[in-house]
Design a protein around this ligand. Structure first.
Ligand code: T1G
Length: 708
């Protein structure tokens, strides 16, 4: 294992080069070596100044997040401040030369140095809040001393990166240099020595409020207290208040106390879990990271409807020439017009520049001629969700597309293997399930067919990063990962309505549990007809439970034209976008209860709603792991937090089951509902994996189901 720190000497300057790939994380080993190197520099009479810089593509991108977990985490974090003290108290000028990114503990190292130079293209930030913690190495006390309390509060609370020029303007940096970091740092150090400039400890500076007055602090505190699920937000305000009102050491002590409190919070453990889970999801077990990828220079999307035009927009934004194919000019024109309008809206909101839009639209090639697909490297079909129609399209693609082109389907429920066979090129075939609106939602389920070639999977996974998607691989099953788990959640929501709960109560209970939107409101937005037709497709494919009451409410909504928000009524009645309780829906549910012999109750506890909707969802997730449909528990959590509004502070359904609720509770409650409601349809049958983990006291996250 090579050392993460190299020491050079040149022109009386000690050059400390950090080299800890891939992101120069400030590991415990690096911190120990830094401390030793600084002690040597302090004692070295030949050393007149010190420069701290890094090799590779970036300066230090923070503490090693993996080291924040477990019993030895606190001692490791406690390694930071002695290094900061050693930098700041060195009796010789210390220069930090940054390039790429300086984040978290990396920027805190720079703040503890006496002078700071950075490449004009570099970015700096303190993103700890995104991990549910706060800068724990003096950042909350030093940054206000350099840039003022207002800028510091904004930077730390948002976790956002700041460009080099802005950092220079606010006083965080002292100079910019386009030289490589070692040269930039050395030049600056020699300039300082020539000028006779000595050490300049940040801790000795006074904190300027920067316009952050008492009212603004009160507001910041109130905003933080409004989101108790993210305790780091309030802790950050408290740290800034300490910087404004207490001596440096006292402020540092307050920071350390609050850092530890946040690090141990469920929220931070959940967010750190998701940080790694999202990156793990991009890894395909058994597939070497250097698998050669198929070049993707031009793509095609078939279908200019809602999904097709959303999908193609992702590729336009990445500058990839894209054919948008339709069968009718009117449909094609409508699709293109919608794409233009979407871009116009983003320009109006200042999210995109005119030139970015022009560049994107220059990549768009509307077409009615399938021959235009001939030189595409990837073609995605997004036609009507009907097996026959999709098979015909896949058959055409198998003939029209050049050898080696990847063929993909955006289907959300149909069997990828059947479509792959229809194309005649199953090795080239893969599922790419985008989530509506496809140009906004980050999640992409990449469905691995029985014969999908490894390089096809690897290519699509890499391409997903290019178009800004978080991709998760799913095996072939009904509904893949997300919609398969969603099915039991929606099933119970409908049953609860027939048993006497209102849409408002169901939604409020689920939203109070943390989901962004309850099931009724969600289906009204997506269109109850979409959900009802999926049930009809299930029936066609023999997948619908033999239970006449199954999803009876959404079926009735379709029959009565209550298609959701777009029709002005669904589970709710709509006054504009305002969802209003509708007595007609209650009457409809009462009538269905009578028809299906379902006993209604005057009162249904919110806890029952949460358990009946979320625990079967968790149980289905355990089955998905057991069957190898998902490679890892974290993959399931990424699907739900990135595609279904599951709260990230709960880490996803599997993390929540393992670490918040506890598997024995999930098991016992599922068993309870099987007892009180009967289990003729198998709705409450426990996943053997969940049952086994609950019995053994292990977690689903302990299982690492790798399927090659
Ligand atoms: N610790 C450990 N591993 C890290 C890491 C980190 N800080 N950052 C990245 N990695 C791994 C990542 O898991 C992946 O591993 C590989 O590096 C490439 O990452 C005291 C306590 C820097 C913008 O929050 O935002 O400092 O999958 O795929 O897209 O106050 O990584 O290859 O095995 O994301 O080019 C604060 C987190 C920490 C920054 C680069 N710092 N990192 O993005 O690469 S807390 C952060 C990022 C802290 C102090 C506190 C991004 C990036 P693998 P990647 P990328």
């Amino acid at each position: 294992m090579s050392s993460p720190l190299r020491i050079h000497r040149q022109a009386g300057v000690t050059l400390l080069e950090i080299d800890n790939p891939p992101v120069n994380a400030a590991s415990a080993a690096l911190l120990r070596q830094l401390r030793e190197a600084l002690a040597q520099a302090a004692a070295d009479a030949a050393c007149q100044a010190v420069v701290l810089y890094a090799a590779g593509r970036s300066f230090v991108c923070g503490a090693d997040i993996a080291e924040l977990q477990g019993p030895a985490a606190q001692p490791r974090v406690d390694l930071f401040n002695p290094v900061m003290d050693a930098l700041e108290s060195l009796p010789k000028p210390v220069v930090c030369a940054m390039h790429g990114m300086a984040l978290g503990g990396g920027l805190e190292l720079a703040l503890a140095c006496h002078y700071r130079v950075a490449h004009p293209d570099s970015q700096v930030g303190l993103p700890e809040v995104q991990l549910g913690i706060l800068p724990g190495a003096g950042g909350t006390q030093r940054l206000p001393r350099l840039v003022g309390a207002r800028h510091a509060l904004e930077m730390i609370s948002s976790g956002k990166r700041v460009g080099a020029q802005a950092a220079l303007d606010m006083g965080l940096l002292d100079r910019l240099s386009a030289d490589p970091p070692r040269a930039a740092g050395l030049a600056y150090a020699l300039d300082l020595l020539r000028e006779g400039a000595g050490p300049r400890p940040t801790c000795l500076r006074q904190v300027d409020s920067g316009g952050l007055d008492a009212a603004a602090l009160r507001q910041a505190r109130a905003d933080a207290e409004a989101r108790p699920q993210y305790p780091a937000r309030l802790a950050i305000v408290q740290c800034i208040e300490a910087a404004l009102t207490q001596p440096f050491r006292a402020g540092l002590a307050e920071e350390r106390r609050l850092f530890e409190q946040c690090r141990l919070s469920h929220t931070s453990q959940a967010l750190r879990h998701l940080f790694f889970a999202q990156r793990q999801a991009a890894k395909l077990p058994g597939l070497p990271a250097d698998t050669p990828l198929r070049p993707i220079r031009k793509i095609g999307v078939i279908g200019a409807g809602t999904m097709g035009r959303g999908i193609v927009t992702n590729f336009l934004g990445a500058g990839i020439p894209s054919v948008l194919l339709e069968t009718r000019q009117e449909a094609l024109d409508k699709g293109v017009e919608h794409i233009r309008r979407t871009y116009d809206g983003q320009v109006a909101k200042g999210r995109l520049s005119d030139e970015r839009v022009r560049a994107a639209l220059d990549c768009l090639r509307p077409s009615l001629d399938p021959a235009d697909l001939a030189d595409c490297d990837l073609v995605i079909e997004a036609v009507f969700e009907d097996m026959q129609i999709k098979q015909d399209v896949c058959r055409m693609l198998g003939v029209r597309c050049k050898p080696g082109a990847i063929l993909a389907s955006n289907t959300s429920t149909l069997d990828i293997d059947v479509l792959a066979q229809a194309s005649g090129r199953p090795a080239d075939f893969v599922g790419m399930h985008f989530f509506s609106p496809a140009n906004i939602m980050r999640l992409l389920e990449v469905v691995r067919g029985r014969e999908t070639a490894p390089d096809v999977l690897a290519t699509v996974m890499r391409l997903s990063k290019t178009i800004g998607k978080t991709a998760v691989v799913s095996g072939v099953c009904y509904g893949f990962i997300g919609n398969r788990m969603l099915e039991s959640y929606l099933r119970e929501a409908d049953f609860l309505l027939m048993e006497g709960a209102s849409p408002r109560q169901v939604d409020r209970a689920i939203e109070n549990a943390g989901l962004a939107m309850g099931p009724c409101r969600m289906l009204d937005m997506a269109g109850t007809d979409v959900a009802a037709r999926i049930v009809i497709e299930q029936e066609k494919n023999g997948l619908r439970p033999d239970d006449p009451a199954y999803r009876a409410v959404v079926g009735r909504l379709l029959e009565t034209g209550r298609l959701g928000q777009k029709a002005g009524k669904g589970y709710y009645r709509y006054e504009g976008r305002q969802a209003v309780d509708d007595p007609e829906v209650q009457a409809l549910c009462e009538e269905l209860a009578r028809r299906h012999g379902i006993a209604r109750r005057d009162r249904i506890a919110d806890q029952e709603i949460v358990e009946r909707c979320l625990y079967p969802l968790i149980n289905e997730g355990a089955r998905i792991l057991e069957e190898g449909i998902a490679y890892r528990p974290g993959d399931v959590d990424v699907v739900w937090t990135h595609g279904y509004g599951f709260p990230d502070y709960l880490g996803g359904p599997i993390f929540m089951a393992d670490h918040v609720i506890g598997l024995p509770v999930v098991r016992d409650r599922l068993t309870h509902y099987a007892d009180v409601k009967g289990n003729a349809q198998g709705y409450w049958t426990l996943s053997p994996l969940l049952e086994r983990c609950a019995a053994q006291g292990t977690t689903l996250s302990d299982t690492h189901t790798n399927r090659t």
